[in-house]
Ligand binder design. Structure first.
Ligand code: HEC
Length: 140
């Protein structure tokens, strides 16, 4: 087979993969649950915002001088492999395009939001915050 054709086929497979990843029903379910909770918190809730999610992700926040942002561990570019700022352990990319397994286990997502929001923002994240962050990371 000609190399050009092989490349084309490879790109086709990759783009199909990315689309399938973006449409994982478990991730859609997690987002739908956050949307329902956000609506219950505020009847004027008008949908999630990747821009608000980006602002939460990039900070900087004041609660924790060692970890001023989610990006401190998860990197400014969420498509890259992160690194725990304290332990140095690698953290798989947060962007769904780079890591299709992201945000597919509701309990794991909730657990980490609980822990990471408290330590970086100094408060729990609202359902809207969580949906905004996921919407940002799904868009990356
Ligand atoms: C001190 C380092 C650190 C910081 C800062 C940090 N995280 Fe994390 N985060 C982790 C680790 C470690 C994991 C678990 C390993 C993994 O999921 O790859 C994780 C996982 C997550 C997950 C789970 C993803 C999934 O697919 O289940 C979410 C959601 C998350 N973080 C959100 C955030 C948000 C939002 C912030 C900022 C408010 C943040 N994190 C800041 C270390 C950090």
């Amino acid at each position: 087979m000609r190399p050009g054709l092989l490349l084309l086929l490879g790109l086709l497979v990759l783009s199909q993969g990315a689309r399938a990843a973006a449409q994982d029903p478990r991730r859609d379910g997690i987002l739908a649950d956050y949307a329902a909770a956000a609506r219950a918190d505020d009847p004027a809730f008008a949908g999630f915002s990747a821009e608000r999610g980006r602002a939460i992700y990039l900070g900087p926040h004041q609660a924790n001088a060692d970890f001023p942002a989610c990006a401190t561990c998860h990197t400014d570019d969420p498509r890259r492999t992160g690194q725990h700022a304290k332990t140095g352990r690698p953290i798989e990319p947060m962007a769904v395009s780079a890591n299709p397994a992201r945000f597919t286990d509701a309990a794991a997502v909730e657990k980490r939001f609980g822990r990471d929001c408290r330590s970086i923002l100094g408060r729990v994240c609202t359902a809207r915050d969580k949906g905004d962050v996921l919407t940002f990371l799904i868009s990356q």
